[in-house]
Design a protein around this ligand. Structure first.
Ligand code: DC
Length: 226
C-alpha cells in the first residue's frame, strides 16, 4: 500500500477547523477526520451512564464497554458510531463540548483513541483536525497547520452556528465556555493543545472562509505540490 499523506490541523475550539478541513478535504479528495467527535462520543457514552468525566475510577471501569468507530455516508459526512448506535447528532451540544474537554484529559481515554486515529491515517490520505494531531497523533504529518482566532471572534462564530441549528445561544455564555475549554485543553498534562514546532500558524480572526482555505491551500501546495 502506498504511503498516505496526512495534513494535521490543530487549534482551539471555534477557530474554524472543521469548516476549513471539510472544504479542503473535498477540494483535495482527502478523507476528513474530525477527532473532536471521537472525544465527544466518549463523553456522550459516559453521560448516558451518569459517570462524571472527572471521575477517573468510573471512567476506567466503563471504558472497556465502549466501542467507537467512524463511518462515512455517500456524501462523505463522518458519522460516529457508539456501540453500534449512530450518535453523530447527539454529540453536538454545548454540554457535551464541555464534558468532552474534561474527559479528554484522561490518559486512558487518550490512549484508547490513538490507534483509531492513526489507523485512519494509515488507510487514507487524511486531513485530520483536533488538538494534538501535529504533536502526538501524527507527528510526521506532511503538513501541519495551527489554526487560531481571538476568543471573541470564535465565540461570535460559535453563537451564530448554534443559532443556525436552532439551539439557543448567548454570546457571553459561549465566550466563557470557549475560554474555559481553551484553558482546560491547553493546560492538561497529556497531549495539551499547543502549536507543533513545525506547524504553520494561521490566524483566522480577520479572514473569511474562502480566505482561510486559499491561505492553507497555498501552504499545502508548497509542502506537497498539489
Ligand atoms: O473539536 P471539538 O470541539 O469537537 O473537541 C471537543 C473536545 O475534545 C475538546 O475540547 C478537546 C478534546 N479533543 C482533544 O483533546 N484532542 C483532539 N485531538 C480533539 C479534541
Amino acid at each position: 500500500m502506498a504511503k498516505k499523506i496526512a495534513i494535521a490541523i490543530d487549534g482551539p475550539a471555534g477557530a474554524g477547523k472543521s469548516t476549513i478541513a471539510r472544504r479542503l478535504a473535498a477540494e483535495l479528495g482527502y478523507c476528513y477526520v474530525d477527532t473532536g467527535a471521537i472525544y465527544r462520543t466518549v463523553a456522550y457514552f459516559l453521560d448516558l451512564l451518569g459517570i462524571s468525566p472527572k471521575d477517573a475510577d468510573g471512567v476506567a471501569r466503563y471504558l472497556d464497554e465502549l466501542t467507537v468507530s467512524i463511518t462515512y455516508d455517500e456524501e462523505g459526512k463522518q458519522h460516529m458510531i457508539m456501540n453500534g448506535m449512530d450518535v453523530t447528532e447527539d454529540i453536538r451540544t454545548q454540554e457535551i463540548s464541555q464534558k468532552a474537554s474534561l474527559v479528554s484529559a484522561n490518559p486512558l481515554v487518550r490512549e484508547m483513541l490513538l490507534d483509531l486515529q492513526r489507523d485512519m491515517a494509515k488507510e487514507y490520505n487524511v486531513i485530520m483536525d483536533g488538538r494534538d494531531i501535529g504533536t502526538v497523533v501524527l507527528p510526521r504529518a506532511k503538513v501541519k497547520i495551527f489554526l487560531t482566532a481571538s476568543p471573541e471572534v470564535r465565540a461570535k462564530r460559535r453563537t451564530a452556528e448554534l443559532e443556525a441549528k436552532g439551539q439557543t445561544a448567548n454570546y457571553e455564555k459561549v465566550l466563557k465556555e470557549i475560554q474555559q475549554r481553551d484553558y482546560q485543553d491547553s493546560h492538561r498534562a497529556i497531549a495539551p493543545l499547543k502549536q507543533a514546532k513545525d506547524a504553520v500558524k494561521v490566524d483566522t480572526s480577520e479572514l473569511d472562509i474562502d480566505g482561510v482555505v486559499a491561505t492553507i491551500r497555498k501552504i499545502v501546495e508548497g509542502k506537497i505540490g498539489q
